[in-house]
Write a protein that binds this ligand. Structure first.
Ligand code: NAD
Length: 486
C-alpha cells in the first residue's frame, strides 16, 4: 500500500488524528494506497510554515536566485519524469501516451516558463509635473502577495496545480496546496523535488483531504491566507468566493464550462473530425475546455455525425500502460455514476444515441474500473440536461444550424463562458466569431492550442480573473506605486 502524507515545512508528516482515506485505482476500482487527511492542526502548521518562509531566506533571496531555483524545479521534474508519469496515471487512470505528452511535460514547463516570464516583465513609470516645476517620478514595483492557498482539481492534477504554483513561486509567494482528494500523489511527490533543488522549507506545502469540513475548507477559511486560487466546479467556486470575502481576500477562479463548437460548411472536414476527436474525448472528456455541444451547418451535419461516429468507434479503452489503448476510465466511481446518469437522462429525453451510451465490455481484471463508452447524441432539445449542463465525460450532443446568426445564438445560450472552437476556412468569419462568441478563449481550426504568454480563463459562471502571461501576475503579485518628488 502506498502512503501519501502531507508536506509541511520541508518534511513529510502524517495526520495527528490518524485519519486516512483510500486512494483508488480508477482502472480496476481497487484501493492501492492510503492518504492522510489533514485536520485543522496540519492546515494551521502548513499556513504557519508558509508565513514564516516569507520572512526567511526565501523573502530575502535575490530575484535572480529565486528564479533560478524555480527553473530547477522544472528540470528536476523532467529528470524524474517516469515517477511523475506513473503516479499521475495510477491516480487518474489516464493513458501514459497522454500524460507523457501533456500532464508531465506541461506540468514541468509551468515552472520554466514563469521563471523566464517574471524576469522579463516590466512595470510602468511616469514623470509627473508639479507646481514648483521640479516634478516627480512614479514607478511601479511588484511585490509578492504573501501566503497563497492553491486548491486544485483531479482532471490534470500536476499540470493545473503547477499552473498556479509556478507563477506563485516565481513572484516570491509561498503556497499551501490542497490537491484533489482523488489525485493526491504528484503534489506530494513535488515536495521531494522542492527539497532536492533547494527551495527553502515552508515555501511549498501540501495538505490532503476533502472540501467541506476538511482540509479545503480549513485552508480557504484560514485568516492568515492572503489569497486563494482555485480550479474546479462553478458550485465550489461560489463557496470559495464566500470564504475569501472574510478578510477581503482576492480570488482567482477557473471554473466549469459547457463549451460549444461551430462547424461551418466551408470547414476542412478531415481537420474538423480530428479536432473533435481530441476536443470531445481526450482525457475521457475530463478537460475543462472539452467540447460538449457541437453545432454543424445543416448541409454537412449528417456527414459530420457519420464520420465522427466511425472515428469514435475506433477508441480502445484500457489500462494506462497498455500501448494499444488510447482511452482511460473516468476518475472515480462517483464521477462514473454522474456521467451515466446523464446517459440515462439523454435516453429519457428521447435522444438518438449515435454511438455508446453505456459501459464498455472490459477484460476481467479491469471490470471493477470506472469505464464508460464514448457517446454521441443527436436530437436533444437545448434545454435538456445533457445538452445544457456540464457533464465532464466523453460525450457530446450534435445539432444542426442554418445561419451564422443562429449558430452564435446557440453557442452563447449558456451561463458559462469558458472556451469555444470554430471550424471554417472563411477568415472574415473567423474574426467575426472572435468578436461575438462570449467566451474567455476561442480556437479557430484548432483546440487547446496554448501559448503560455496568452490569457487563460473564462467569463460568467466559468470564472473570475485570468491566468497566463502577464495576466496571472495581477493575482500573484501586488502592484505598488512609488512616487518620488524631485
Ligand atoms: P471540485 O470543485 O469538486 O473540486 C476541486 C477542488 O476543490 C478539490 O481539491 C476539492 O477537494 C476542493 N473543494 C471542494 N469543496 C471545497 C470547499 N467547500 N472548500 C474548499 N475546497 C473545496 O472540482 P473537480 O471535480 O475536482 O474538477 C472538475 C471541475 O473542475 C469541472 O467543473 C471542470 O470544468 C472544472 N475545471 C475547470 C478548469 C478551468 O481552467 N476553468 C480546469 C479544470 C477543471
Amino acid at each position: 500500500m502506498k502512503e501519501v502524507k502531507h508536506f509541511i515545512n520541508g518534511e513529510y508528516v502524517g495526520s495527528k488524528s490518524g485519519k486516512q482515506f483510500d486512494n483508488v485505482n480508477p482502472a480496476n476500482g481497487q484501493v492501492f494506497g492510503k492518504v492522510h487527511e489533514a485536520g485543522r492542526d496540519e492546515v494551521n502548521a502548513a499556513v504557519a510554515a508558509a508565513r514564516e518562509a516569507l520572512h526567511g531566506e526565501w523573502g530575502r533571496m535575490s530575484v535572480e536566485k529565486r528564479l533560478s531555483l524555480v527553473k530547477k524545479v522544472a528540470e528536476r521534474i523532467n529528470e524524474r519524469f517516469d515517477e511523475f508519469l506513473e503516479a499521475e496515471c495510477l491516480d487518474t487512470g489516464k493513458p501514459a501516451s497522454l500524460a507523457s505528452h501533456v500532464d508531465i511535460p506541461r506540468g514541468a514547463a509551468n515552472f520554466g516558463f514563469f521563471a523566464d516570464h517574471v524576469k522579463n516583465f516590466p512595470t510602468e513609470s511616469f514623470f509627473t509635473d508639479t507646481p514648483d516645476g521640479a516634478g516627480a517620478v512614479n514607478y511601479g514595483v511588484r511585490k509578492p502577495r504573501g501566503v497563497l492557498a492553491v486548491i486544485a482539481p483531479w482532471n490534470l492534477p500536476l499540470l493545473l496545480m503547477t499552473w498556479k504554483v509556478g507563477p506563485a513561486l516565481a513572484c516570491g509567494n509561498t503556497v499551501v496546496v490542497k490537491p484533489s482528494e482523488i489525485t493526491p500523489t504528484t503534489a506530494a511527490l513535488l515536495g521531494e523535488v522542492m527539497n532536492e533543488v533547494g527551495i527553502p522549507k515552508g515555501v511549498y506545502n501540501v495538505v490532503h483531504g476533502f472540501g467541506p469540513d476538511s482540509a479545503g475548507a480549513y485552508l480557504t477559511e484560514h485568516p492568515d491566507v492572503d489569497g486563494i486560487t482555485f480550479t474546479g466546479e462553478s458550485r465550489t467556486g461560489e463557496v470559495i468566493m464566500r470564504a475569501a470575502a472574510k478578510g477581503v481576500r482576492p480570488v482567482s477562479l477557473e471554473l466549469g464550462g459547457k463549451n460549444p463548437s461551430l462547424v461551418f460548411n466551408d470547414a476542412d472536414m478531415d481537420a474538423a473530425i480530428d479536432g473533435h476527436l481530441r476536443s470531445i474525448f481526450i482525457n475521457c472528456g475530463q478537460v475543462c475546455f472539452n467540447t460538449e455541444r457541437v453545432y454543424v451547418q445543416r448541409d454537412i451535419h449528417d456527414e459530420f455525425v457519420a464520420r465522427l461516429k466511425a472515428a469514435v468507434e475506433q477508441f480502445r479503452p484500457g489500462a494506462w500502460n497498455d500501448d494499444s489503448c488510447n482511452l482511460g476510465p473516468l476518475v472515480s466511481e462517483e464521477h462514473q455514476q454522474k456521467v451515466l446518469s446523464y446517459f440515462k437522462k439523454a435516453e429519457e429525453a428521447g435522444a438518438t444515441v449515435v454511438t455508446g451510451g453505456g459501459v464498455p465490455e472490459m477484460p476481467e481484471e479491469l471490470q471493477g474500473g470506472f469505464w464508460v463508452q464514448p457517446t454521441i447524441w443527436t436530437g436533444l432539445k437545448e434545454t435538456d440536461a445533457p445538452a445544457c449542463e456540464e457533464v465532464f465525460g466523453p460525450c457530446v450532443h450534435i445539432a444542426p444550424f442554418d445561419t451564422e446568426e443562429e449558430a452564435v445564438a446557440l453557442a452563447n445560450n449558456t451561463r458559462y463562458g469558458l472556451g469555444a472552437s470554430v471550424w471554417t476556412r472563411d477568415v472574415s468569419r473567423a474574426h467575426r466569431m472572435g468578436q461575438v462568441l462570449d467566451v474567455g478563449m476561442l480556437w479557430v481550426n484548432s483546440w487547446f492550442l496554448r501559448d503560455l504568454r496568452t490569457s487563460f480563463g473564462g467569463n460568467g459562471a466559468s470564472g473570475v480573473g485570468r491566468e497566463g502571461g502577464v495576466h496571472g501576475l495581477e493575482f500573484y503579485s501586488e502592484l505598488r506605486n512609488v512616487c518620488i518628488k524631485l
